[in-house]
Design a protein around this ligand. Sequence first.
Ligand code: NAI
Length: 502
Amino acid sequence: MEFVIKTVAVIGAGTMGAGIAQVAAQSGYQVVLFDLEQGKAEQAKSIIAERLEKRVANGKMSLIAKDTLLDAMYCSDALQDVAGADLVIEAIVEDLAIKQSLFRDLESICREDCLLSTNTSSISVTSIASALAKPERFVGLHFFNPAPLMKLVEVVRGIATSPTATEAAKAWSESCGKHAVITRSLPGFIVNRVARPFYAEGLRALECGVADVQDIDQIITQAGQFNMGPFELMDLIGHDVNYAVTKSVYDAYYQDKRFTPSLTQKELVEAGFLGRKSGRGFYCYDGSTDKPSVNLAQKYVLPERLSVSLLGDWSGVPSFVELTQLPNSYSNEGAPQLCVNDIIVTPTQGVTASELSEQLQSPVVVFDYCQDYGASDIIAIAPALQNNANQTEAVIAYFQSKGKQVLVLDDYPGLILWRTWVMLINEALDLVNQQGASLADVDVAMKSGVNYPLGPIEQGERLGWQRVLDTLTHLQSFYCEERYRPSPLLRQFTIKVKGGAA
Ligand code: NAI
């Protein structure tokens, strides 16, 4: 069946429905906006009109474009008014039984060649579709909030969704200027699943007392070039929402330990500390200043006698080599080591500094990943327990002499940014391995759905699959936990690379 889309009906005129109606109308579609609550659709249209008037006043939109958009939007309190629609997008309350009952009604009201879709963020598209006599024309169209601004739409295939319906939904989303990615109806779809470790690893580091909230956020934003750190982002999303998403993914995967929700976040929800919207979450939003960092090192002076050299294979970390300004004469074999006098300084690969110190019979400092070591103002390090204070201070002074603020963390395997990336990459590969999405679509989704600086797949290629696998193997043996088990696809990728067939 071919779907020709000219008129779009949006059911539910709340946050998402209003945004989606605006997107459709501004892309040249006739829109019918319906809500069960009397007057709600009109109210949503007035809010859209106010938003657009501001854009006109700021010179970002012409008066004609605004009027055309609003004229294309018809508000209704009668479900029968959607009868002429070519595409229906449902954005009502997140409840399976209510959504199913709505779609049963819609199936009798709409034409047979009308594409039916849901904006659900957590309910299985397959189970909503089970209420329909013809589930093949049913698909998920998962927009992100705010819909007019966020570029991503996840097109979700249920088990019965036809390829034509999937393609039509993708083409329609693209006609609205969105990046459309295709995913199977698996818990969390792409973004809400692959992003879980971004929050979970931040929370675990906090719970282990490795660093405080500000420091973790700083490492992720400054060293990692993410727009927001996990704690500021969770505060923005709201802990009730973020916790509910984690819990739903965890439950939907039969309590897979890898998705275990955090007790710290649960406690915030119980306390009503929901983040920005309640005035308090991990941060306070009452104007009080945050506590100063406890991990930021004071200023140290370089030792009088200082010898610094590079050993081993630094080919995976070129911006660090540039930072040192040392001659590029390293041997290209063995683990990368910066020798600062008798101290071995090395990028973390999931082994603690203390374990390395024992293996190497030498003082050791490990440091965290930076997307660009030259551009980052900070560097996070962890000294081995065996080091004496002078040895660690010499390394801190060395990085300070390169213009860095140094955050000294507890000796924690994989540190903060490196471990977060490794876990994001692993989760992305796991989703691909389950045929949940293509490699390319995972990257598009994470970059345009949550503004990651790089997609997890391109980052994995950049960091090296083998280093990612080594880190996970070390973390798994350190914690003896399923959480860090490497994805089968990651192992495949390292084998392909070794065989030169990748
Ligand atoms: P909302 O609470 O702002 O709006 C829901 C609207 O649906 C309300 O106006 C309500 O009166 C109306 N409604 C409820 N039952 C109805 C029915 N049987 N028929 C017609 N209208 C009905 O909710 P929101 O946040 O817009 O979410 C809507 C859907 O979008 C949910 O499935 C949610 O999971 C999903 N979603 C939400 C996102 C968000 O950030 N808020 C992001 C992506 C998806």
